[in-house]
Design a protein around this ligand. Structure first.
Ligand code: TRP
Length: 335
């Protein structure tokens, strides 16, 4: 795979460096047109996170029904010292999908002397703002903000310290299990000898609790989903009528996943540049899956990806889990 070249941002300052590998906007147009031409329409979930989408996602995390953020924060508060002990000395912390970099501060606080912090996010302005906040609060910490799609090929900046990745928020659940395994295997390779990965994973539980988390009463999640269409209108000149689509999220216990769709409220045609896309009444546009795991099942998946599974922490209500995985040294370089 060709790697995306790094662009110069001209924003570096003090303990803060910016690395820009952002995919060009054209990839959004191509993905939307390709996804909408399928028999089962779909748009990849990474496009949910433009500037407005990232702000809406932060708001989702503040909703009382959205237990994953509350539960994972509790785990990091209670077990931060233990997690830091597992991380060990001379580690750089690489955060995948760093968003507002809120939860990671609990880990950075617990680590005695992190060798560096490298937030990676696709949402550029959000990333720059969060990285600047962390760098200002921690003048002794080398912060390397990387704007990239962390699932794609790019040259991870080489900075001192063993590579330890932090992948919170159960974003791993937004891949299907096969993709998740491939993704973990890719990062195991990137982390290299002495590396480790800390992964936040949402647990299977009472479907009613899960359904509430993805259908909050204030309608923030619905606004987040619909922002995908609003973004297509803004960036691609599409003409989606936002009142023509409804957010629909439903947990399927047999599949172990929340399926999130936008449902066409009526038969309609939508213009996107020189293309016209037809929707039947009730037709669904798939935007996201969120898989839930048992701790044992996730541990098995991590092992299949070549990691050595080490330990897991839970919140007191056992809603969420945080796993610690090591790059098993006997397998380094044996891709
Ligand atoms: N990683 C989050 C999750 O699976 C993403 C998410 C939360 C999400 N709510 C959403 C994605 C609503 C799309 C729509 O919990």
């Amino acid at each position: 795979l060709p790697t995306t070249p790094e662009l110069t941002t001209g924003r570096d300052a003090g303990n803060l460096r910016f690395h820009d590998f952002a995919p060009p906007m054209e990839s959004f147009r191509a993905a939307v047109l390709e996804g909408l031409s399928r028999a089962e329409k779909a748009i990849p979930c990474r496009f949910l996170y433009d500037a407005r989408g990232s702000r809406l996602f932060d708001l989702i995390c503040e909703q009382p029904e959205y237990y994953p953020t509350l539960a994972e924060t509790r785990i990091l508060e209670r077990h931060g010292d233990d997690i830091a002990a597992w991380i060990g000395p001379d580690a750089q912390l690489i955060e995948l999908g760093s968003g507002s970099s809120v939860k990671v501060e609990l880990l950075l606080d617990a680590m005695a002397a992190p060798a560096g912090y490298m937030p990676i996010d696709i949402s550029r302005e959000h990333l720059w703002t969060a990285a600047a906040r962390i760098a200002a609060r921690r003048p002794g910490l080398a912060v390397h903000a990387v704007c990239a799609d962390y699932a794609q090929a790019f040259d991870l900046p080489r900075i001192p310290g063993r590579r330890v990745a932090f992948f919170p928020g159960s974003t791993i659940g937004n891949f299907d299990p096969t993709e998740a395994r491939n993704f973990l295997a890719l990062w195991r390779e990137r982390l290299g000898a002495g590396g480790a990965m800390i992964v936040g994973v949402d647990l299977k539980k009472d479907p009613a609790l899960i359904n509430r988390a993805y259908n909050d009463a204030a309608g923030v999640t619905a606004a987040f989903s619909l922002n995908l269409l609003a973004r297509a209108n803004r960036e691609l000149g599409a003409e989606f009528r936002l009142d023509g689509f409804a957010h629909h999220a439903h947990y399927d216990p047999a599949e172990g996943r929340v399926e999130i769709h936008l449902v066409s409220r009526r038969a309609q045609s939508v213009t996107i540049g020189d293309r016209i896309v037809r929707f039947a009444a009730g037709e669904r546009l798939h935007i996201e899956n969120s898989y839930k795991y048992d701790a044992e099942a996730f541990a098995a998946l991590a092992e299949e990806a070549g990691f050595a599974w080490r330990t897991v922490w839970f919140d007191p209500d056992r809603l969420f889990s945080v796993h610690f995985l090591s790059v098993a040294s006997d397998r380094v370089g044996t891709h």
